[in-house]
Every structure is written in structure tokens, then in C-alpha cells.
Design a protein around this ligand. Structure first.
Ligand SMILES: [Zn+2]
Length: 112
């Protein structure tokens, strides 16, 4: 994408992975252009920009995508096959032996 992203200032404010929370995801979704919404639907994911997380050596591209269980999520490519994993699914897998006391997930929807 050559055009300046309307949410560029927002992604420049991200310094830790904790900054990428539901509020942040909602703000990104609310600032997507029509073209970006269409690309997201067609591709299944959309690069929102390169983010430098505190402690990392380089900026990495982060992507907006839809988890079938948790709705829209933002993450970077990881794992052996460099694919997108839902942070909430990973969190749940890590806690399979513990009872989850978290409130029910609210699904974020895009109005196109
Ligand atoms: Zn998920």
C-alpha cells in the first residue's frame, strides 16, 4: 500500500503486545478505508503496518484477521509455517488444565 494509512499514528503508539487489546482492534477497524475492508474480506487478513515491540530488534508487519471463535484479532506471523495465530486461542491452549475465570469474549464485527 502506497497511500498513508489513516491509523498510522495509532500503530506508532504501540510499544508492547499488551497495547494490542480489544480497544486497539476496534479503533483500527473503525478507521479502515472501504478499500481495506474489501481487501480484508477477500484476502482473509490485512497488513496494518510494521510495529516495533519493546525488546525486539526489528519492526514486524502485523495483520488484522478473523478468528472463527474470537472474531477480529491482530497478530504477527509466527511458528514453523509463519502463519497467523489468534492470541486468545493460544492463551486458551496454554490454560487447558486450568479453569478459565475470564468473562465471555465479545466478538468484534465489521460493518462494511
Ligand atoms: Zn481465537
Amino acid at each position: 500500500m502506497n497511500n498513508k494509512l489513516v491509523y498510522e499514528d495509532m500503530i506508532n503508539e504501540v510499544t508492547t503486545l499488551e497495547d494490542i487489546n480489544e480497544d486497539f482492534i476496534l479503533k483500527i477497524i473503525n478507521n479502515l478505508s472501504i478499500k481495506e475492508k474489501i481487501m480484508l474480506k477477500l484476502q482473509g487478513s490485512l497488513e496494518i503496518g510494521k510495529i516495533l515491540i519493546y525488546g525486539w530488534k526489528n519492526r514486524l508487519p502485523f495483520y488484522l484477521f478473523k478468528c472463527p471463535d474470537h472474531g477480529y484479532q491482530i497478530n504477527y506471523l509466527s511458528g514453523h509455517y509463519m502463519s497467523l495465530h489468534c492470541p486468545k486461542c493460544l492463551h486458551q491452549k496454554a490454560q487447558t488444565t486450568e479453569l478459565s475465570l475470564e468473562p465471555p469474549m465479545t466478538e468484534i464485527k465489521i460493518e462494511a
